[in-house]
Ligand binder design. Structure first.
Ligand SMILES: Cc1ncc(COP(=O)(O)O)c(C=O)c1O
Length: 434
């Protein structure tokens, strides 16, 4: 008898495996492979001692130990909510009061990824429109696909999302009558995943102004994903987009302990307008009625003791050094390569390489040749959504210098260059097993 078929939801059908799962698995399965693919953090600097000390402190006292091992609340640990609010406001040079925020406007989530998902649950019906940068964080694109949302994109330049292009797009949507379907403008505005680029200072208030101006029959929210903000290693911090939303109406700001501390804590946080917070907490109540309480207590201890700030400071040095190693290697290996260019990030851990002459797509020869020489990258294609003609740029690569060691970075770039040479010489032998 054939098995009785499963009747799956529309959402489950719309949700595919992440396109890079294959690449991550490949990295795990191939000894000696240098991976610039996975967006993992530096291993050696993970705060093992600091977290150990925080856990020891928590459990040394039965009262605090029990508090941390008990369930917490859906919205998150009150002292941590206050700490992260103060952290963001201090970075923005304001007091919470100046921007109409209190700890009641802060929630703690299971990584910032959960916030992205939950906000989608609050806002999107199939067919709703989300505007993102081109390219953008590809896991967010997969999530939008699950929700059945339609993605429209705005080009970026060295100053991030282009405001004139965003304005023209919103204007076009107004004229076509589609503005009522626009729910969110999404920006990864600090050292963007995948390009490493940052939204310029003058574009930040402009973004809020555009969201306000085009919010005629409903509010168009800005989703500011500041996951990498604290990993700046050159230049001064820029105020958040949220800083210009002084009434706390238009911007949801989300960030995370994953990048500046430890992804294993899987703890993120968000500053959210009150009428978004309420339905979101109802949904989170159904999801998990609160993120891991122990992680929140650890994060709170790390912040209170000063270990968090000190660690983030050390990480900036770690990543600056890795960025410099990668850029130096790019210069020496790709400096003379026809039409090769790459971004110079001021923080985070991504360099975006464009190779006009090479097809970097997941089924192109370059990815195979790179695997053959022992290096892995994320095809830039994954960060794009097809345009009206089904076209996706396929000559870009995301190179992550987060997890590769200092020795591996120059060697990985040399291998990438050898892969280019192998393609030009037409002597590829590797056959990928899918
Ligand atoms: C831009 C961006 N946002 C959100 C996340 C989610 O991170 P987490 O859920 O660990 O906070 C990531 C992870 O790589 C990311 O790159």
């Amino acid at each position: 008898m054939p098995p009785v078929p499963l009747s799956r939801s529309g959402k489950s059908h719309r949700t595919a495996d992440s396109p890079i799962s294959y690449f991550i698995q490949k990295a795990l399965d191939t000894p000696g492979l240098i991976s610039f693919a996975a967006g993992l953090v530096d291993e050696g600097s993970l705060p093992v001692d600091e977290v150990g000390a925080a856990v020891a402190e928590i459990v040394s006292d039965p009262v605090s130990g029990r508090a941390a091992l008990q369930y917490g609340s859906t919205q998150g640990l009150p002292e941590l909510r206050e700490q992260v609010l103060n952290l963001v406001c201090a970075a923005d040079g304001v007091r919470p009061y100046d921007v109409n925020l209190t700890p009641a406007d802060v929630c703690i989530t299971t990584g910032s990824q959960q916030l992205l998902y939950l906000l989608g649950e609050v806002l999107f019906d199939p067919g709703d429109i989300v505007i993102t940068e081109a390219p953008s964080y590809f896991v967010f694109h997969s999530l939008l696909q699950s929700h059945g949302a339609k993605v429209l994109t705005v080009p970026i330049d060295d100053g991030g999302m282009k405001m004139d292009a965003l304005e023209s797009l919103l204007e076009r949507l107004r004229r076509s009558g589609e503005l009522p379907r626009v729910k969110v403008i999404y920006t990864v505005d600090y050292f963007q995943n995948p390009t490493g680029l940052t939204l310029a200072l003058d574009r930040r208030p402009k973004l809020v102004e555009l969201a306000r101006r085009f919010s005629t029959d409903h509010r168009i929210l800005i989703l500011e994903d500041a996951a990498y903000r604290e990993l700046r290693f050159t230049g001064a911090d820029l105020p958040s987009v949220k800083r210009f939303d002084t009434t706390n109406e238009y911007v949801v700001y989300t960030s995370t302990f994953s990048k500046p501390c430890a992804p294993g804590l899987k703890t993120g946080y968000a500053l959210v307008p009150p009428d978004v917070m309420e339905p979101m907490m109802h949904l989170k109540g159904s999801h998990d009625f609160g993120s891991a309480n122990l992680s929140q207590h650890i994060a709170s201890r790390l912040m209170a003791s000063g270990a968090y700030t000190k660690h983030a400071e050390e990480l900036r040095n770690v990543y600056r050094k890795k960025r410099d190693l990668m850029l130096r290697a790019m210069e020496s290996e790709f400096g003379d390569f026809p039409a090769a260019r790459w971004t110079i990030p001021d923080g985070g851990f991504y360099v975006w390489l464009t190779l006009d002459a090479i097809d970097t797509g997941p089924s192109g020869e370059f990815v195979l040749a790179a695997l053959e020489t022992g290096v892995l990258f994320v095809p830039g294609e994954f960060g794009h959504v097809p345009d009206e003609n089904g076209h996706v740029p396929n000559n870009e690569c995301r190179l992550c210098f987060g997890v590769a060691t200092e020795e591996q970075i120059p060697e990985g770039i040399r291998r990438l260059r050898r892969a280019c040479a192998a393609i030009s010489a037409g002597n590829r032998t590797f056959v990928i097993q899918t």
